[in-house]
Design a protein around this ligand. Structure first.
Ligand code: ZN
Length: 157
């Protein structure tokens, strides 16, 4: 991800925009897909400031939207969008956890048993090693990492 300081030709409004790469910016600029957030002018160019490449650590990666409705903004992800997506995931997790059964270290086995129909479908959460999580993915078993760390119930006290 790379952030550019841009400005529009119509009003010289300065704004920041994120792009997958320098080429993605050039492509979107050439096709007039980048609009000034203030006046909507699509005649934008890089402001004189040098571009900053995303930080090396703690940088979140988010898949660019593939929804055709979002095609105009594909490859352009604003920090606001990243915050919004994270907030939504955190909210979803908070909503699901009370209904979810803690299975601790048995997570991989429990998820596999459900997938194979040996036990009833249930919402579960627990711990899995990276190898176990990879094995689940390889077998097409949906499991997603908890974005917000939780304290295992059996680790309390
Ligand atoms: Zn403008």
């Amino acid at each position: 991800m790379i952030v550019f300081d841009l400005c529009c030709a119509a009003g010289d409004h300065r704004f920041e925009a994120w792009f997958a790469s320098s080429d993605a910016f050039a492509d979107q600029q050439a096709r007039g897909l980048i609009g000034c957030p203030v006046c909507g002018d699509s005649d934008v160019k890089k402001a004189v400031m040098a571009p900053r490449v995303g930080a090396k650590s703690n940088q979140l990666t988010v898949k660019a939207p593939t929804n055709p409705n979002n095609a105009a903004t594909a490859g352009e992800i604003s920090p606001e969008l990243v915050r919004k997506v994270i907030a939504e995931i955190a909210a979803k997790q908070a909503e699901m956890l009370p209904r979810s059964r803690w299975v601790g270290r048995d997570f991989a086995d429990a998820a596999r048993a459900m997938h194979e129909g040996r036990t009833a479908e249930d919402l579960i959460h627990g711990q899995a090693s990276p190898q176990e999580a990879q094995a689940l993915r390889d077998d097409g078993i949906a499991a997603m990492p908890l974005l917000v760390p939780i304290v295992p119930p059996d680790a309390v006290n």
